[in-house]
Design a protein around this ligand. Structure first.
Ligand SMILES: [Zn+2]
Length: 380
């Protein structure tokens, strides 16, 4: 046979125009078989070497280290390229006769690990973006293994339980906000509470970026958020007025955007016609962004509203007066609105809105992992 005349498996000879597709399929099968073999062989070699060089621990029953080899125990490991068979080295204690697998932990195969991290990561990436059923279906189509919807949910719960958010706020500006999701048994749903730090990041392609870090995420009562804020002791806090943050020791700024937005609702309650509401909001916007005379004009505006009998609107602003201009008086506020959080809130609603009703813990787990990956860049 001449060079270049290797016999090719007949399976490659496919109908016209389909050779590349068939070739890929055939070679991939070979490659996966080779991967499985190499994985198993290499893992065996590592264990043999370690056992021979004394990395073998001691008997879990009697603690003695007189151990002899006692064959292999077969295990299976799910990966994105299929299920791999692997062998774990067994040893026998010479004193008490106990048979055990001394290297389980060392090689990273504790009894609970049935699935490789890389496959779990893929499953989680799908699961935080799509419904669990859809994720399981896509995983089946895009990888050589499967994980059930329930399995994906459990993996996400495990990761969520292990997440600990940074406790270091330093001098950064902390933004908090909440939004409703369809979860729990109340008709109106449950509230998701978010706290992040936001700082101006570097310019990228001529646009300013925002560096955000997740500090807290919980679903349900706002008590956990408030407890967290008391621990964090942020120097600068921006909020929308909804939370009871009265006892949090911080320089507080009411979100300027929310103040204007919320006014519309109170004007409506006070019976102000539609056209005029927009005008009043515009006036307030100018006042809040007026560094020099804003405070004075704000007081004047409140008096005007009260004089017109618009009591709900006046009260709304009166209650915010001590916190509407904090960022002009106190240096160090990176933001005076919760706008950097809005994008995260949109992302949050996108994932939460799957048509079905969530359990409170279920949606909290998904969102925790989603934002840990989005903002804190890791699951660890
Ligand atoms: Zn023993």
């Amino acid at each position: 046979m001449l060079t270049g005349e290797h016999r090719l498996p007949e399976t490659i000879f496919a109908p016209e125009g389909n050779v590349v597709n068939r070739l890929f399929e055939v070679l991939l099968r070979d490659a996966d078989q080779a991967l499985a073999m190499m994985f198993s062989d290499t893992l065996k070699r590592i264990q043999n070497t370690w056992f021979a060089t004394g990395h073998r621990g001691s008997c879990p029953s009697c603690s003695c280290d007189l151990l002899i080899r006692k064959g292999w125990r077969n295990r299976v490991l799910k990966t994105s390229r299929g299920t791999l068979g692997v062998a774990v080295l067994q040893a026998k204690c010479k004193i008490c006769g106990r048979v055990f697998r001394p290297m389980n932990e060392l090689i990273g195969l504790p009894f609970a690990r049935r699935v490789l991290d890389e496959f779990i990561e893929k499953a989680i990436h799908l699961g935080i973006n799509l419904s669990f059923a859809k994720s399981a279906d896509l995983l089946k189509h895009l990888s050589s293994s499967t994980l059930s919807a329930e399995g994906i949910r459990n993996k996400i719960a495990q990761v969520a339980a292990s997440i600990e958010f940074s406790a270091n706020v330093d001098k950064a500006t902390v933004l908090i906000d909440s939004t409703k999701v369809k979860a729990g048994n109340k008709d109106r749903g449950a509230s998701v509470h978010l706290a992040i730090t936001a700082e101006q990041g570097p310019q990228q392609a001529g646009r300013s970026t925002i560096r955000k870090r997740l500090l807290h995420l919980s679903v349900g009562s706002e008590d956990p958020l408030n407890a967290r804020l008391r621990d964090l002791r942020p120097a600068h806090l921006v909020y929308d007025g909804g939370s009871h943050v009265g006892d949090i020791p911080a320089h507080k700024q009411r979100c300027r955007w929310h103040l204007v937005h919320q006014l519309k609702h109170y004007l409506w309650q006070d019976g102000v016609p539609f056209d005029l509401r927009g005008h009043c909001q515009e006036v307030l916007r100018h006042i809040l962004w007026d560094k020099k005379l804003g405070k004075k004009r704000f007081k004047h505006f409140i008096n005007e509203l009260a004089a017109l009998g618009l009591e709900k609107s006046a009260t709304h602003l009166r209650q915010a007066s001590n916190e509407a201009f904090t960022h002009y008086d106190q240096p160090g506020f990176a933001y005076s609105t919760t706008t950097p959080l809005e994008r995260e809130m949109r992302e949050l609603n996108r994932r939460a809105d799957v048509g079905a009703r969530w359990s409170v813990k279920g949606i909290e787990n998904v969102l925790k992992v989603l934002f840990q990956l989005r903002l804190n860049k890791s699951t660890a």
